[in-house]
Structure formats: C-alpha cells, structure tokens
Design a protein around this ligand. Sequence first.
Ligand code: 5GP
Ligand code: ZN
Length: 110
Amino acid sequence: MGCVFCNIASGEQKADIVYQDDKIVAFKDRAPKAPVHLLVIPRKHIRNLNALEESDAELMAHLMMSLPAIAKEQGLLDGFRTITNTGKGGGQEVYHMHFHILGGGKLHAM
Ligand code: 5GP
Ligand code: ZN
C-alpha cells in the first residue's frame, strides 16, 4: 500500500507545499485545527519516533531546526505549537512521521 505523505513528498499527490528542500517538506494540513496548521515531514519514509535509527540523527536535527523559520514564514511571529503523534497510543493516523505546526489563534493549554 502506498504512503500518502511519500506521495506528497514526490509530487504524486497534490498538497499546498509551503517549504521544501532535499531532506524535508512542509505543507498545509488538509483539515486545519488552527488558523495556521502545517505538517513537516522528512522525505525519507520513517513511521514515527519509535522507528528512528541512529543514522537519522542528522536528518532529525535538520527537521527540528527548520521549524522556526517555516513557522515565521507563515506569519507565526509570536510563537507556535509543535506536536508529533507516535503510534496508536499517541493517536497517530498517518504512519509517515510528521510534525504539526499550529498557531495563529488562541490554543488551549495542554
Ligand atoms: P496524525 O497522524 O498526526 O494523527 O494526523 C495526520 C494529519 O494529517 C491530520 O491532521 C490530517 O488532517 C492530515 N492529513 C491526512 N491526509 C492528508 C492529506 O492527504 N493531505 C494533507 N494536506 N493532510 C493530510
Ligand atoms: Zn511515507
């Protein structure tokens, strides 16, 4: 079975992409839960945090360190929320690791 986020990364499936480079892609969530709701994925298919390997460390650092600029570029100048759901217990629905960026309105305290 194909992976929807691999297909977005390859361009096979349409998405509203706001940033991409050779390692990561950021696009708008199709069902936004905040005025700004982005998903940031590695191009490499990694299921979730539980599936990380030591060799993914550099990729993960790049992804994490790219989040602030991606958020700022989308107008989130005073901050944003980052969420990643891992596995059934984390409520993960799409099994290609992704970081939600949420902001632009009042978020509930967690
Ligand atoms: P999670 O796996 O973190 O629980 O949630 C997956 C997220 O991906 C949801 O917020 C959902 O709206 C979003 N999503 C699922 N399929 C697509 C898609 O095909 N395109 C886009 N842009 N977002 C998607
Ligand atoms: Zn994938």
